[in-house]
Design a protein around this ligand. Structure first.
Ligand SMILES: [Zn+2]
Length: 166
């Protein structure tokens, strides 16, 4: 799918262009999530996707804002990424469903198992896990030491604990 010069021209007319460091706000219609949108090439396109296209002359898989501003159309604030990156970003910024302010009980047993596996395999540190899962490092520490969510891992003995009972 290609955009014509006319369409690109029309696109720029709706963008509040500023310096490279600043966000370029979309001035026309937006989705309820705050993303700009424009009809072009016979369909409705996300304005930030068009911004990416104008800079790189290709369409991104997922256009991500490095500035975290959905209405921004500064091509220097938009990168291509997978949906997984998008979710990881949200978590890092604490905006996702599993953000730091969110009750950590939201983690499923599968999450807990995966966290323990990743930690045991040395794939992620406790800090890395905390970031990835939107939890506090303290809580992650308790999880990987088996001090939380006993049922997730099945029968277990926390290191240095529970030996008396065994
Ligand atoms: Zn921006």
């Amino acid at each position: 799918m290609k955009l014509t010069d006319k369409e690109i021209e029309r696109f720029w007319k709706k963008v509040d262009r500023r310096s490279e460091d600043e966000c370029w706000e979309w001035k026309a219609s937006k989705t309820k999530f705050g993303y700009g949108q424009m009809g072009a090439a016979g369909t409705v396109l996300g304005a930030h996707r068009i911004a990416f296209y104008v800079r790189f002359r290709r369409w991104p898989e997922v256009a991500r804002h490095t500035c975290d501003n959905p209405g921004c159309c500064n091509p220097y604030h938009i990168v291509d990424g997978s949906q997984a990156d998008n979710v990881a970003d949200m978590w890092e910024r604490g905006r996702g469903l599993l953000g730091e302010t969110h009750p950590q009980s939201k983690h499923t047993d599968a999450d807990i198992r995966q966290m323990r596996e990743l930690y045991a395999a040395g794939a992620l540190t406790q800090k890395g896990l905390a970031q990835r899962y939107g939890a506090t490092q303290e809580w992650v520490g308790q999880v990987v030491r088996g001090e939380r969510r006993k049922k997730a891992g099945g029968p277990f003995t926390a290191p240095g604990r529970g030996c008396r009972a065994a």
